[in-house]
Ligand binder design. Sequence first.
Ligand code: ADP
Ligand code: MG
Length: 237
Amino acid sequence: RQDIGKITTGTNCLDTLFDGGVETQALTEVYGEFGSGKTQFAHTLAVMVQKPKTEGGLDGGVLYIDTENTFRPERIVSIAQAHEMDPEKVLDRIIVARAYNSAHQTLILEEAGPIIEENNIRLIVADSAVGLFRAEYLGRGTLSNRQQKLNHFVHMLSRIAETYNCAAIATNQVMASPDVFFGDPTRPIGGNVVAHTSTYRIYFKKSGKKRIARMVDSPHHPEEEVIFALGEAGVMD
Ligand code: ADP
Ligand code: MG
């Protein structure tokens, strides 16, 4: 079994929250409302994982499963420049897989093994992990079907993270309006499924121009809440 790796977030505050960085062989769920910074966090990690180990990275590539068409190369360029990295090289090591529906999203992961090995992938992002499942399975009648399919996806993500010594990030949006399935607006959609499989769960919250990140349900992390910012460098102190 390989040693667990950690990816710096590029910030002191979030590194403290994560006790050093985002771990490999683990699934980290990031949930929060629209605009809370989930995608910016994922973009930042996609850059930071490429840093050499001496600088908190894993010298690795990225598989970025984009289900909401929110991957932005220009954000990667900006974040890379802010961290004094070559933007072209950084973009080259991010494999973006645009998922068109939940079955396609699942297929991408089912076929990811060789891609991970050939490209030394050390970070897998599913942004969003849940959105397509939510959109396609509407109404109570299909709830268990949805949960089953989402469960399959999330378990596979977790297993791949362990097998290939990758960090896996699954984003999950909290609805501002009450969720028809769970009836509780403070709980993430599909939260039961993703939460049960996740090793770590982070909650992002807007607070004026700042953001609050909370480590949820982790007994061995030193801090439970930190304040961070969003900007040119992605997530920032
Ligand atoms: P989520 O994925 O949680 O819905 P995002 O990660 O897309 O949210 O965050 C969107 C927010 O990120 C914007 O509202 C803005 O505050 C901030 N943001 C995005 N790009 C930039 C930028 N280049 N400079 C500063 N802030 C930015
Ligand atoms: Mg997003």
